[in-house]
Design a protein around this ligand. Sequence first.
Ligand code: SF4
Length: 117
Amino acid sequence: MLQPIEPVMDASFPPGHPRDLGGPWHSEAACRSDEAGLFFAPSKEPTAARLSREEAAKRVCARCPVMLECREHALLQPEPYGVWGGMTAAERRVVLARRRRREVELQRPAPQIAAAG
Ligand code: SF4
């Protein structure tokens, strides 16, 4: 009797990375065929190695046809780890903080402009 084929998950890619998702844009992900482990840090990775790995991952993202979809997905979830949409987790936190500040500013009443006298 035939057994169902189990999907092979690369242990270097936590579930949820574009190459493992099954959504409409994930099949276009450039990282589907790239070196495993490029997008997520191994434990106790030295800073210089992390920076080098992240730059290599960003170069893959730069030629990815679904970079904007991926980036927005990672910002909306939000995805706490790894390089998504050409951005590191730290860079995404900065963007999210800016978005929150902008939302707060938009909710404030507009300043009254005094009439010139
Ligand atoms: S933008 Fe980067 S992380 Fe996102 S799908 Fe493309 S290659 Fe993968």
